[in-house]
Design a protein around this ligand. Structure first.
Ligand SMILES: NC(=O)c1ccc[n+]([C@@H]2O[C@H](COP(=O)([O-])OP(=O)(O)OC[C@H]3O[C@@H](n4cnc5c(N)ncnc54)[C@H](O)[C@@H]3O)[C@@H](O)[C@H]2O)c1
Length: 308
């Protein structure tokens, strides 16, 4: 990777929330692609992953973590600052904790990570935004389909409100520090291969997962998007929807829209199972291309996506 300061050493990436569902897959992916990864989480990342246990809702702990250049783990190695930060740490779902706690934890940890990065000269920051910023649950209809990055964000929970405000905050960090790059990845619902066993059951009731227009993101493809965002050369704040190329359903996307969202404008001819959360911007700008699908995982895992 060509780093902003043109270092030739192995690029060093700090991953917050690296112990979590998406984080552990992201850490493995970055390591497999030659990155020197350091995890910060409230839960230890295990013996094989250099890590620090810290609460990122506390600015002092965040500043310490992001300025961590060695200590025991890198003893004998010349200190090297982080080239990039991938910020995934958060309480990841509405209502799994009291609203105000979710809001406080998620918004403060994100402010602290952005601000610590800014002060320490780390200019490459990727963070987990969310599909909830698009107005989920879609009981109220989406303005059009496939949903994309072009309409104003909407929030229907404290969790989504924090994610929406993070995007505004990132934009204003870049206004203040124009050479920063802050990329928000609006992930769909994160899935691991083990989750695919329940997918065929979704076909019984198209209403069951209309809340996110039947989208999902395989954690391995989510990790790919993160790596490509880290490597993407840009400045400023940018947001991308990150989903898989297909839906969770066997019924066609055209039929699903007609049955569940009649009257919503469908702006393109849809592929058989094409995602209704558009990934065209991520494809175009980041070179993101999902490689997995639950359809193939039914037969063998890991499996490459064939049909969309
Ligand atoms: N899971 C999903 O379906 C989904 C969908 C869209 C976006 N996201 C976002 O993706 C990111 C990762 O989600 P996940 O599913 O891997 O969640 P997860 O709960 O599995 O992992 C999140 C990790 O963050 C850590 N964490 C939380 N608060 C922290 C704090 N204050 N300091 C340090 N560590 C803290 C937790 O210990 C946990 O290990 C989150 O930002 C989430 O909001 C998730």
């Amino acid at each position: 990777m060509k780093t902003p300061n043109n270092k030739t050493t192995k690029p060093r990436v700090l991953v917050t929330g690296g112990t979590g569902k998406l984080g552990k897959v992201c850490v493995a992916d970055l390591q497999a692609h030659g990155y020197d990864v350091f995890v910060v989480d409230t839960v230890p990342a295990g013996e094989n992953v250099p890590h620090m246990v810290a609460d990122l809702a506390d600015f002092g702990q965040t500043l310490d973590a992001l300025s961590s250049v060695g200590h025991h783990i890198y003893a004998g190695v010349a200190p090297q600052a982080f080239d990039a930060v991938v910020h995934l740490a958060a309480i990841p779902t509405p209502r799994i904790a009291p609203d105000a706690h979710i809001f406080q934890n998620n918004i403060m940890s994100t402010y602290n990570v952005f601000e610590a990065a800014r002060r320490l000269g780390i200019r490459n920051v990727i963070w987990a935004s969310s599909e909830t910023t698009l107005g989920e649950p879609f009981d109220e209809k989406a303005p059009y389909a496939p949903v994309d990055e072009d309409y104003p964000l909407r929030a229907k929970s404290a969790y989504a409100l924090a994610k929406v405000l993070m995007e505004d905050m990132a934009r204003l960090f870049c206004y203040q520090t124009p050479d920063m790059k802050l990329v928000g990845l609006r992930f769909s619902n994160v899935m691991e291969p083990a989750d695919y066993a329940k997918f065929p059951g979704y076909n019984d009731d198209p209403q069951e997962r209309k809340w996110n227009m039947w989208a999902y993101i395989d954690a391995r493809d989510g990790a790919q998007a993160i790596r490509k965002a880290v490597e993407w050369q840009a400045t400023g704040m940018h947001a991308f929807i990150i989903a898989n190329a297909d839906t969770v359903m066997s019924k066609s996307s055209t039929d699903l829209m007609a049955e569940v969202f009649p009257g919503v404008e469908v702006r393109k001819k849809l592929g058989q199972h094409e995602t209704l959360l558009s990934i065209e911007k991520a494809r175009r700008e980041l070179g993101y291309e999902p490689e997995y699908s639950w359809r193939e995982a039914k037969a063998k895992a890991p499996a490459k996506k064939k049909q969309v």
